[in-house]
Design a protein around this ligand. Structure first.
Ligand code: FAD
Length: 380
């Protein structure tokens, strides 16, 4: 039987891993990516500069053949380091046997995945934004500058993230359920630079959290000695992105709420004033596919809030499951795609709910004396 030719929208984390796995099975794979080539042009990393990778993610990287390369640039975080309001701090292990999640640079990971995809024979076209998909004819419309190209696809994957063009099109199909939900908080990235000798100024091997009840700041280590901090903060109310506007208000607020972090953040005011505020969305859709012609994967199928550190990991697990199904069902794409959505949808829904709940645990319960006491007992 002839191998189908595969088109993927998006050369992000999931699209690139998927492309490698398909190419290894002998499919002809072409990716269309909205952004310029991040290996040639300096562009923002997009959402979050670093990410926590867990076992689900490592498994897909191993299948793709990239585990060792990424392990070399990953920092283990065997627990969370809490910075309390009263100035005290505490370390909570994630597991009893040193289990860890790993801080990885999103940009480096994505660049290595694109290299691997191209080295395996995948073609990536950059600056090609998909503006529309006709699911009935499996046609994508790609825009570069003012020119639109129309391509009829054989097998199409939408790996184009939380605002996927394929998902937008599918949402209009008959008997398709779709929902999206924004939480009341957004986020802004801030920075703790490396020390004078390139050293980490707070514990390197930990995910740092400053829980403050209805908001929090977290920090993940980078290999250059710096930390990327993320402030998860309400859009409105008191305090909020709306209520803290001037440089003086930023200084006063951080001095009061994050006194131990302030001396480590020399560019705080500049970062706060200049860095964008981004929103946080959960999306759900079903079905994920149109017959054996097109299918959603990664954030395009299930965008979740980041509080469980599992969005990319879940997308990578989609790839591992698809790999198992390709192994089991050969060229029978009707069975592969229907089994894929049946297997993955309940897991995607579960992790979406866990992630929403974990915002409350991270910002609120980890700071609760009862919770701390329970953790202490568990450790003993
Ligand atoms: P994306 O990474 O969004 O990639 C989509 C790609 O498609 C991009 O390259 C984009 O340019 C391209 N594209 C988009 N639209 C189009 C179009 N119309 N045409 C062509 N191309 C298009 N996950 C974790 O596992 N661990 C974490 O610690 C973690 N932390 C996070 C922190 C924050 C603040 C946020 C917001 C998310 C976090 N996530 C984390 C989630 C993670 O970022 C996503 O789950 C992951 O990026 C999904 O990968 P993806 O390839 O499906 O989508």
């Amino acid at each position: 039987m002839n191998k189908r030719s595969v088109t993927i929208l998006g050369a992000g984390l999931v699209g690139s891993v998927l492309a490698v796995l398909l190419r290894k099975r002998g499919y002809e794979v072409t990716i269309y990516e909205r952004r310029p080539d991040m290996r040639k042009e300096i562009i923002g990393a997009g959402r979050s500069i670093n990410l926590a990778m867990s076992n689900r993610g490592w498994k897909a990287l191993e299948l793709a053949g990239l585990r060792e390369d990424i392990e070399a640039i990953a920092i283990p975080m065997p627990g969370r380091f809490l910075h309390q309001e009263d100035g005290s701090s505490a370390f909570q292990s994630y597991g009893k046997n040193g289990e860890a999640i790993y801080s990885v640079s999103r940009g480096e990971l994505n660049k290595k995945l694109m290299d691997l995809a191209e080295n395996n024979g995948v073609t990536i076209h950059f600056n090609q934004r998909c503006t529309k998909v006709d699911t009935a004819t499996n046609t994508i419309y790609l825009q570069e500058d003012n020119e639109t190209t129309e391509i009829k696809c054989d097998l199409l994957f939408g790996a184009d993230g939380a605002f996927s063009s394929l998902r937008t099109a599918m949402a209009f199909n008959d008997r398709t359920n779709f929902s999206q939900f924004y939480i009341e908080a957004g986020y802004k990235e801030l920075n703790i630079p490396a020390g004078p000798n390139g050293e980490w100024l707070i514990e390197k091997n930990a995910l740092h959290i400053w829980p403050r009840h209805n908001y929090m700041m977290i920090a993940l280590p980078n290999i250059d000695g710096s930390f990327t901090c993320t402030l998860f903060f309400p859009f409105e109310g008191e305090p909020s992105f709306e209520s803290i506007k001037t440089e003086e208000e930023v200084r006063t607020f951080f001095n009061k709420q994050f006194p131990d972090a302030i001396p480590l953040m020399p560019t705080l005011v500049e970062d706060f004033m200049n860095n964008p505020v981004s929103s946080l969305i959960t999306t759900k859709i079903f079905p994920w596919r149109n017959a054996d012609k097109s299918c959603l994967i990664g954030d395009a199928a299930h965008a979740i809030v980041p509080f469980y550190g599992q969005g990319m990991n879940a997308g990578f697990e989609d790839c591992s499951v698809l790999e198992e199904l390709m192994e089991a069902h050969g060229e029978d794409w009707e069975t592969i795609l229907s089994s894929f959505e049946q297997k993955r949808k309940p897991n995607a829904d579960a992790v979406a709910d866990l992630a929403l709940n974990n915002f409350i645990e991270m910002r609120d319960k980890v700071a609760d004396p009862v919770f701390l006491e329970r953790k202490k007992i568990e450790k003993e």
